[in-house]
Write a protein that binds this ligand. Structure first.
Ligand code: AMP
Length: 421
């Protein structure tokens, strides 16, 4: 038998029910913050993704030549596509622009729990402002989305890439070495980082101080460490402002500063943040975002840009791991024609009720009352409508409340009202 490609998944109705529920909750929060939805193509020109990251990114992509010889790639993320669209269509739109998206992404990752080759992201881009309040609102939106879907335990960490750069400058670390060190920092591999710093002739004392600053949530300590570096000082003062707004105006109880956030994608610049669900273990990162620069790289007019992407599949996994109770799919009415002669009436009652906006199913297998009622219960039907020949003659049906088992005779004309109450 032909099998599903590695790292991809099918979603059966029970799973789609949860996914749609989650998507609706997320969408409501995006809209509540004034964001409008955007959709871009599933594949793009390969160059869109290599422009910033270089050819090395190709190893992580699904790329191909089409029949016309064009180099294309399935999108690995949606920020670059949204910015491409912004430059083509939206540069003249009033600012700030608030755009959100849901979309499947493709990466040639090694599949494991929480890591797939096709996965979904829910994310947004905020274009045209970088005030502290804009950044605070962006971070608060990511946090609120994850809270609003019902997650209990999430951790928000906020950093700043200019500060890390200042830390590297302080130790006089060259760009070539920096690249390797950033990989260790990104993966929180502090022991490896320690060895790497020591082998680059950084003293034990300086190494320890560097490692401490990467991990401390204490802004004053960080300020002290980069004392005298003007840019770092400005950025940290801004970060303090953003943290204060998050706590006081957005009511987020415990945002944490973590300077050791570097983010995998290489187009971020100042503010960066991540949200984790510790319950997920190794693949616990639910969301990543920050302040970045792509518009000018793609030929647009320079403008502030920031955004984030939530791993939709991981958010769902985290909810399931926290034992979240998802709403059950339910059916308003299941109709049971008792004999073949009542099938036409059953179909017409179904049409009438559906036209009123009710969700209605009926026995299409001619399987009799007992089995039909069992099936109706399995579908979580609220009511069963049973139509026998005698009832058909009288223009009536038997209405059975599937929750308490009570039954009554009901005129067809009164059915909708009876079901709605
Ligand atoms: P990134 O674009 O790498 O910042 O990813 C944003 C979010 O997407 C991450 O925080 C993850 O939650 C999720 N994510 C990234 N790669 C995968 C993957 N291969 N499978 C599932 N989720 C992923």
């Amino acid at each position: 038998m032909v099998q599903i490609p590695r790292g991809t998944r099918d979603f059966v109705p029970e799973e789609m029910q949860k996914r749609r529920y989650l998507q609706q909750r997320m969408e409501a929060t995006f809209r509540g913050y004034g964001y409008g939805e955007i959709q871009t193509p599933t594949f793009e020109t390969l160059e869109l993704f290599t422009a910033k990251s270089g050819a090395s990114i190709i190893d992580e992509l699904y790329n191909f030549k089409d029949k016309g010889g064009r180099e294309l790639a399935l999108r690995p993320e949606l920020t670059a596509p949204v910015i491409r669209c912004y430059i083509e269509r939206l540069q003249m739109a009033p600012k700030p622009l608030k755009l959100f998206y849901f979309g499947n992404c493709f990466r040639y990752d090694r599949p494991q729990k929480g890591r797939y080759r096709e996965f979904w992201q829910a994310g947004c881009e905020l274009i045209g402002t970088d005030t502290p309040e804009a950044h605070a609102e962006l971070v608060a939106l990511a946090y609120t989305i994850l809270k609003n879907i019902g997650l209990q335990n999430i951790v928000l960490n906020i950093g700043n890439l200019h500060v890390i750069s200042a830390m590297f400058e302080k130790l006089r670390i060259t760009d070539a070495v920096k690249k390797d060190l950033l990989t260790f920092i990104d993966k929180s591999q502090y022991e490896d980082l320690n060895s790497a710093l020591r082998s680059n002739d950084i003293s034990q004392q300086d190494t320890e101080a560097f490692l401490e600053i990467l991990q401390t949530p204490d802004l004053d300590k960080i300020m002290n460490y980069v004392h005298g570096h003007e840019r770092a000082h400005t950025e940290l003062t801004r970060l303090r402002g953003v943290m204060d707004l998050l706590k006081t105006s957005f009511g987020i109880p415990d945002p944490r500063v973590k300077i050791g956030i570097v983010r995998g994608l290489d187009y971020y610049k100042g503010l960066v943040f991540e949200i984790e669900a510790p319950v997920l273990g190794a693949e616990k990162q639910l969301c990543g975002g920050g302040d970045y620069e792509l518009v000018s790289l793609f030929g647009g007019t320079q403008v502030p840009q920031a955004g984030f992407a939530i791993g939709f599949d991981r958010a769902l996994l985290a909810l399931e791991t926290e034992q979240f109770t998802f709403p059950q799919p339910s059916l308003d009415v299941f109709i049971v024609p008792v004999t073949e002669t009542t099938i036409p009436m059953a179909l017409s009652v179904a049409s009438q009720l559906r036209a009123q906006g009710l969700t209605v199913d009926l026995d299409l297998l001619r399987r009799g009352i007992g089995k039909s009622l069992k099936y109706a219960a399995a579908q979580h039907a609220r009511f069963a409508v049973i139509i026998g020949p005698k009832e058909q003659e009288e223009g009536k049906v038997t209405l059975r409340n599937m929750i308490d088992g009570s039954q009554s005779s009901c005129a067809v004309a009164d059915l909708t009202a009876a079901v709605f109450t």
